[in-house]
Design a protein around this ligand. Sequence first.
Ligand code: XIL
Length: 371
Amino acid sequence: MIYKKRSCSQIVIILVALIVFTFTACKSLNQKTTAEAGLKDVSEFPIGTAININKLINDQALMALQISNFNSITATGDMKMRSILPFENEFNWKKADTLLYYANKHNQRLFGHNLIWHSSTPKWVEEKGANDSLWLGEFMKDYIHKYVGRYKGKVAGWDVVNEAFESKGGAYRKTFWYNNLGKEYIANAFRYAHEADPEAVLFYNDFNIERDTSKLDAVLKMVEKFKKEGVPIHGIGFQMHIRMDTPNEVIAYSLEKAAETGLQIHLSEVDIIFNSHNDERLGGIENYSSITNEMKLAQAEKYKNLVLMYRSIVPKEQQFGITFWDFTDRDSWIKGFFNMKDWPTIYDDDLKPKPAYYGFLEGLKVEIEKK
Ligand code: XIL
């Protein structure tokens, strides 16, 4: 009855009102969804975090944030040699298996960090290998074959060799591996990893290559040599432990140079500090002992610019992803390792998102000219 009483124009008005209402409702819903979306939901490439697996699964709040923001996961220490093979013939797969289980359960990519790194070589390997390089060469081959083979098709990519160059300049780092096997150990590690899993994406990973152009040049020279000789290298990992005063132009230049190789580019261990250090354990130089609002906003801008540079400089098909090295200031390695205060990540000590989080998010969302 009521319907019959309405005139045609009234019905039109109601219909228009309904359409407007529905449109507005959908829009605000969309906005809400976007505001609540995690980093991974607005990204065209994987967004990862490195983390300690036991800490993660025993902390519900941390886990909720990890699941909503990330679709890639790396172990901070749990997949390094000291953790996997602490004693001769005693492989310890438990944590790597837990990481794999977690990654599968939450639809995340598992990234392997790392196979060969001087800083995580077990004592027993150093002792045995120092007197017997023949044994060491065989050991490395066997370790990589067993490890990569066990996670074949399950670990998407590996940092095959980590930090093989000196902190500064272009010289090979005189590590235990270099001293006993010569620089050939690097190429061999890549060969062995490729033999064990031909599908895995294999990275060379290092720090300061975004700011030290002689170091970057040395890495790129090695990469070109590998490509020429058919050594299976597929990616360059920029650890990207940067500071507020690391110039954006230098980072941009380095990304561009690296991208010219055509290899995958991974920002593999991102954090941004205010203080400084000499690259050595406990070598922190604490210029700031507290953080101001202004500093927080400046850090947000730095995070935003980093993503924008990655998105605009690295061609889409070479964007392996961006990975944070821990994603809360509470858990970051910086304080303990360099023995100084800092606020390097996107979540604060209370697991609240910092301006840095929103800066990073904005960097992912802003429309840019596609490469
Ligand atoms: C760090 C871990 O986060 C720390 O917990 C550990 O004490 C030392 O190693 N570059 C790397 C990472 O490639 O493996 C390092 O991780 C940080 C620097």
